[in-house]
Write a protein that binds this ligand. Structure first.
Ligand code: PDD
Length: 283
């Protein structure tokens, strides 16, 4: 049985408790982070901690613990649960209070972390096969730059993809791709990597920031701008990035093959560079 962290205590998962009045439960009033683990170490912890701080501040929530303590909690859980490859999920909610739409002054933030073992995460067969995606309208709220736990529409999107025999969905707003249900979306044309510019319309992926930096260091050209599904279908390659998939090729969009309909060299190279560099910097 796993050990999880709940508000200051390490407990067996079946003893962990959160109040029925917790605003995460009642209002989706909470934010989260997913940090991957390779070789028993955390990938880009500093990036995730910085984004958490920003999400909290946008919602006028206090961090329940310091960044040093947060790192220690992550490390402790990875250690006691013997995670070699997998991820750490962290959630901060505004806490428990009588139900009221306004933020209750008496609520104290609640902090939960747990691990998920994912043996073979770095060597995922999907990276060699590539993913098939469908496009769906983006019906999420307007502050997607805050990593809130209101994930119902992305969850519906995954189900729409599954019903269509695909692996995931890319969301489209005003004719342009915003992002995948739980990842950032990219296309490659010639020597140029294109991914949507940052703004309130997408999550500012920690993997995205690292991959764009590494692409530039490898002399690849990067354009941060929106693109359409038609442009993506006409691209040489497509891929997504996230903490749980790293760099993952996309080989089909709405039934149309992208490029040769197989994972391309740019995505493969970026995946390799990302994994190598991240392992070296892991903490
Ligand atoms: N999802 N866009 C969305 C909508 C996401 O949910 C995620 C991450 C990303 C990629 O961000 P990062 O590179 O920081 O993981 C982009 C996580 C992995 C999840 O919900 O499981």
């Amino acid at each position: 049985m796993r050990t999880v962290y709940v508000n200051g205590a390490y407990v067996p998962e079946d003893e962990a408790k959160i109040s029925v009045f917790d605003r995460g439960f009642l209002f989706a009033d909470g934010v989260y982070e997913v940090t991957s683990v390779l070789d028993g170490k955390l990938i880009d912890f500093a990036g995730h901690a910085a984004r958490l701080k920003r999400s909290l501040s946008e919602l006028e929530m206090e961090s329940p613990v310091s960044e040093d303590d947060l790192l220690e909690i992550h490390r402790h859980l990875v250690r006691v649960n013997e995670i070699d490859e997998g991820l750490v999920y962290l959630q901060v909610t505004r806490g428990a209070a009588d139900r009221d739409f306004a933020y209750p002054a008496e609520a104290r933030p609640s902090l939960v972390l747990f691990t998920q073992a994912k043996p073979g995460l770095a060597d995922a067969p999907a990276a060699k096969k590539g993913m098939r995606v469908i496009s769906i309208p983006d019906r999420r709220w307007g502050r997607r730059d805050i990593k809130t736990v209101q994930l119902l529409y992305p969850s519906m999107g995954k189900m729409m993809a599954r019903a269509a025999g695909a692996d995931d969905a890319w969301m489209v707003e005003e004719g342009a791709v915003t992002e995948g249900t739980s990842n950032n979306a990219y296309i490659v044309k010639g020597n140029t990597i294109v991914t949507r510019h940052l703004g309130e319309e997408i999550l500012h992926g920690i993997t995205r920031a690292a991959v764009l930096r590494m692409a530039a260091e490898a002399q690849m050209k990067v354009e941060e701008r929106s693109f359409t599904i038609a442009e993506a279908q006409d691209a040489d390659e497509a891929f997504v990035t996230s903490a749980s998939t790293f760099v993952m090729p996309v080989v089909e969009i709405d039934g149309e093959p992208v490029g040769a309909g197989a994972p391309g060299p740019v995505a493969a190279r970026l995946r390799e560079i990302y994994l190598d560099e991240s392992r070296k910097k892991a903490v």
